[in-house]
Design a binder for this molecule. Structure first.
Ligand SMILES: NC(=O)c1ccc[n+]([C@@H]2O[C@H](COP(=O)([O-])OP(=O)(O)OC[C@H]3O[C@@H](n4cnc5c(N)ncnc54)[C@H](O)[C@@H]3O)[C@@H](O)[C@H]2O)c1
Length: 251
């Protein structure tokens, strides 16, 4: 029997990229899966789709309730919806700081708050947050984005402590640069997309971008009942970018 057989999962930002790959993987491994997204129009069977904006509390509460209703409960919440921001600390105005913190941090607060009553009724409750290497390494031109992901890392630890006695595990994944539509948009906007892609690939010791499926595999690992003793951890999925310092390849 597959490890997710009989479990019910909700994935935010599940219409694209990492969230989409995660929703599809959990479904393939036996879970019943609902997706919450700003634009879920491309999401179809076997996934259930719910439209909501994680910055809008009533829409989050409605979507989480509808997902739990449609699935018959909730065991797994993947807090993955997020947006990017570029620039140094001088480059974004207050409104942009509030907007990106609202999506990337408070968005997770809102979905978790709405999901907790359902997760408390599960025998295998797990929350996985999509964090980033930006939480653990200083990346240039990412001041605002990094601040949001640093908050996600701390929030993950605090939530893990708060809910461990309730049987709810909380972990996060820290992806490096992942080949998703998001990164595609960044590359399209670069002066020289091929050079920008090569620079991003070279930054990761594996010499390539991470795939969405590889991040989904790590999220599934943390969400699975097979990881029942793992809580309050951050799992790097970054091609070695955080932990390794290889010498440049010999020419
Ligand atoms: N791609 C990367 O290199 C990378 C690296 C590290 C971390 N991440 C994180 O992974 C997560 C997913 O990124 P991705 O690359 O798959 O991006 P993506 O743009 O392909 O997908 C993001 C999804 O989130 C949804 N979304 C955005 N704002 C929303 C909102 N307010 N309410 C509901 N849904 C919303 C979008 O509609 C989209 O479907 C993000 O949290 C991002 O910070 C990405």
């Amino acid at each position: 029997m597959s490890d997710f057989e009989g479990l019910r999962a909700l994935v935010t930002g599940g219409a694209s990229g990492i969230g989409r790959a995660t929703a599809e993987l959990l479904a393939a491994r036996g879970a019943r899966v609902a997706v919450l997204d700003l634009d879920p129009t491309t999401v179809g069977e076997p996934l259930l789709a719910h439209r909501a904006d994680v910055t809008d509390d009533p829409s989050v509460r409605r979507a989480v309730a509808a997902a739990a209703d449609g699935l018959g409960g909730l065991d797994v919440l993947v807090n993955n919806a997020g947006v990017g921001a570029q620039g140094t600390v001088e480059d974004n105005d207050d409104a942009e700081w509030h907007r990106v913190l609202d999506v990337n941090v408070l968005g997770m607060v809102r979905t978790t708050r709405a999901a907790l009553p359902h997760l408390r009724r599960s025998a295998h409750a797990a929350i996985v947050n999509t964090c980033s290497i930006a939480a653990t390494a200083g990346l240039p031109q990412r001041a605002l984005y990094s601040a949001t992901k640093g908050a996600v890392l701390s929030l993950t630890l605090a939530m893990a402590a708060d809910h461990v006695r309730e049987g709810i595990r909380v972990n996060c994944v820290n992806p490096g640069t992942v080949d998703t539509p998001w990164v595609g948009r960044l590359l399209d906007a670069a002066d020289d997309p091929a050079a920008e892609r090569a620079a991003l690939e070279a930054r990761q010791p594996t010499g390539r971008l991470v795939s969405a499926a590889e991040v989904a595999g790590a999220i599934a690992y943390l969400a699975s009942p097979l990881s029942g003793a793992t809580t309050g951890t951050a799992l790097a999925v970054d091609g070695g970018m955080q932990g390794l310092r290889p010498r440049p390849a010999a020419r």
